[in-house]
Design a protein around this ligand. Structure first.
Ligand SMILES: [Zn+2]
Length: 330
């Protein structure tokens, strides 16, 4: 109970609440005090004082005073417990998952600039263009701080666990990961986290990864480059390529496949050329399925052992990549 009370003081300051209830006040002097007509008794001369710093009120007319919960008890004739329940409702944050993921993405974006380890990692992957970082909303999850940030805004741990932002133990699910928000129709539908340590490299939140990455920007293009990873996407974007999308893995979900097939176009499949051949096998299978739908495909062959990101990290440039596009195999 004590924790709840503190939570309201932080989330819903007394003065804000009174103003929501149309209380009109003027500063009383230069301090944090405000004065206005008393909402608790018929008042003609302003006698109701609020200390905005202490979140306390006192009326010199009727002699009532206290905090926000006391005010709600008196003004709405509720018990202490009923007042708490009322305030809980008044200050409940939006529970739309997309709204929470949006807040989370913004929070991680703010962290990126505060952690040298994150900037070093991006530097290793040669991603350094501030315009790119802003455009893709790249962020950093240091771990151990998201829970505090969101519960202070009133989200319950249980709700955040359901979204997968917290693990079953209640800690931040993303720990030391570079974060890319995945959007669909302007809403964040998932977050991709790339570990900067030896931990399991790729991670999404539970639930769908959505459609193709940034598809709205290329859906009308007659030629589209498809990559499998967001670092590949970012590397090509930074090199100036814009007719670009990403399937977030070599396996396309039904929606992603449909998107590629929704009109005649040429798809440049640019999957990893890894030692075990899995990227190229996936690329061949996808090319067959796309051709069966009337889509023209070209397989872009990077040098052995490369993905688009490492191609640029190892000194490849836009002109060389353009040459690979032009010689891509049907
Ligand atoms: Zn009064």
């Amino acid at each position: 109970m004590g924790k709840d009370v503190g939570k309201f003081r932080q989330r819903l300051p007394l003065l804000d609440y009174l103003r929501q209830q149309n209380w009109v006040a003027r500063p009383a002097g230069h301090g944090p005090e405000f004065v206005g007509l008393c909402p608790l008794h018929p008042d003609t001369h302003p006698s109701f004082y609020v200390n905005a710093r202490k979140n306390l009120f006192y009326c010199h007319g009727c002699g009532q005073g206290g905090d926000l919960i006391r005010f709600v008890q008196l003004s709405r004739h509720l018990s202490f417990r009923q007042s708490l329940a009322y305030l809980e409702q008044q200050s409940a944050p939006p529970t739309d998952p997309a709204a929470v993921l949006e807040k989370t993405a913004t929070f991680y974006q703010q962290q990126l600039h505060r952690y040298a380890e994150a900037r070093r990692y991006l530097e290793q992957r040669r991603l350094r263009d501030p315009v790119l970082i802003k455009e893709l909303r790249i962020g950093y999850a240091p771990g151990g701080s998201l829970r505090r940030h969101l519960t202070a805004q009133g989200y319950s741990c249980e709700f955040l666990q359901r979204l997968g932002l917290l693990n079953p133990q209640g800690g931040d699910a993303f720990y030391r990961r570079v974060i890319f928000p995945c959007c669909q129709d302007g809403r964040v539908v998932n977050l991709y986290g790339r570990s900067i340590t030896a931990a399991f490299a790729h991670r999404f939140l539970p639930g769908s990864k959505g459609g193709l990455y940034a598809w709205e920007q290329v859906q009308h293009c007659p030629k589209v480059i498809l990559v499998e990873g967001l670092f590949d996407y970012a590397a090509l974007w930074q090199a100036g390529f814009r007719q670009l999308t990403c399937s977030l893995g070599t396996h396309l979900n039904a929606r992603q496949f449909q998107q590629l097939c929704d009109r005649p176009r040429t798809v440049y499949l640019t999957f990893d050329v890894d030692a075990n051949g899995s990227g190229q096998q996936a690329s061949q299978r996808l090319a067959q399925r796309l051709r069966a739908q009337g889509i023209t495909t070209r397989r872009v062959l990077l040098p052995d052992g490369y993905d688009p990101n490492s191609f640029f990290v190892q000194g490849g440039d836009a002109r060389q990549f353009q040459a690979l596009l032009e010689t891509a195999q049907p």
